[in-house]
Design a protein around this ligand. Structure first.
Ligand code: HEM
Length: 326
């Protein structure tokens, strides 16, 4: 893979103190689709303009496109593995699939930087988009999820991170890109807090204060870390997670915004299958007894190079074929 030609977006940037997640739908008419295509060329420039005002904040933005939106905006060719996310699980335990054409994942240590970039990016899109979900996430103490456990420890880093998240020769036209799945989870904190620390540790599979993985002989097979450990031919398959806590204590809302980047969506889907259906079926993730997914959407993240050139990738209009009289 030649990353000097296909520079990835800021997928594996370090965790920041704040983040804004925006999921939007895109209007269907040709004028608005053209607005979005033109916007693609401006994204990196806007990140630079805002970010240069305070370089230490580590401002970045990753933008991704949903499956249907890709066809409407850019047509062929399309990323090999891009498809609408199909809900996983059943009954009360379901990883729902919800609409979304465009994802913005904006990160910075300071919320004002995230806020300013979100404002600039959204105002350029104008009424070409309708924002259907916007979440402002924050870092909670020493990188803990709102349920009190350190989150992100087993993320791959450096070269390994790139190997696990950046598309290479398997889809050359889209090399340098990634897939990202986002899900918004709400937690039942009363039920969670009613557990003892030891019980919570068995749900996650790690110790709470020291963040050490439980020994295999005590870690339950239905713990979150057991079920999200996935192997293929003896090799562990990893993703990069950049989850952020969010919430409104006054409204009783306590959440985790899950963000998973991968080279292929199938790894994330396997993890979700293990969590929601179980491995084996029925042995589902205990964390789901306290957490409910209320959104779920898959996006393709083009390389920076491709993102800029998408401005001129209008789909070829197919003329309607007249049925010939018999
Ligand atoms: C591990 C929290 C959802 C994949 C963890 C850990 C925590 C955590 C605290 C242990 C430390 C670490 O990060 O390595 C949460 C919360 C979630 C959530 C609060 C939302 C309710 C998900 C989802 C996936 C996932 C939806 C995948 C689709 C993973 C993976 C690990 C992990 C791969 C590392 C497992 C290992 O190698 O030990 N998560 N997670 N998580 N989680 Fe989650």
């Amino acid at each position: 893979m030649n990353t000097s030609i296909n520079e990835p977006q800021a997928v594996s940037n370090p965790v920041t103190r704040n983040a804004i997640f925006i999921v939007a739908t895109i209007a269907q008419d040709s004028e608005h689709l053209e607005t979005v295509r033109a916007w693609c060329e401006d994204v990196e420039g806007l990140v630079r303009s805002v970010g240069t005002r305070f370089p230490a904040s580590g401002l970045s933005c990753v933008c991704g496109f949903g499956s249907d939106a890709w066809d409407r905006l850019f047509g062929q060719p399309r990323p090999m593995q891009l498809h609408p996310f199909k809900a996983i699980g059943s009954g009360e335990r379901i990883a729902v699939s919800t609409p979304g054409d465009l994802l913005l994942h904006i990160r910075a240590d300071e919320m004002d930087m995230c806020f300013e970039l979100a404002t600039q990016l959204i105002s350029k899109l104008g009424d070409a988009v309708t924002v259907i979900d916007e979440v402002h996430g924050f870092r909670y103490f020493d990188q803990r999820a709102i349920i009190g456990f350190v989150d992100g420890t087993e993320n791959p880093t450096g070269r390994e991170a790139e190997d696990y998240t950046v598309i290479g020769d398997e889809d050359q036209t889209f090399a340098g890109g990634s897939y990202v799945l986002v899900q918004k989870y709400l937690h039942d904190m009363n039920a969670w807090n009613a557990l003892t620390v030891e019980q919570q540790e068995k749900v996650i599979g790690r110790s709470k204060f020291a963040n050490i993985e439980l020994d295999e002989d005590v870690k339950p097979t239905n713990s979150h870390s057991a079920l999200t450990t996935v192997e293929e031919n003896g090799r562990e398959l990893k993703i990069i997670r950049d989850n952020m806590p969010f919430g409104r204590p006054g409204m009783g809302e306590f959440g985790t915004y899950f963000v998973g980047y991968a080279r292929t969506p199938s790894i994330i889907e396997t993890m979700l299958e293990n969590m929601f259906v179980g491995r084996p079926a029925g042995n589902y993730d205990r964390l789901l007894d306290f957490s409910r997914a209320v959104t779920g959407t898959l996006f393709f993240v083009p390389s920076v190079t491709l993102l800029e050139s998408l401005a001129s990738c209008k789909p070829v209009e197919t003329e309607s074929v007249q049925a010939s009289p018999v």
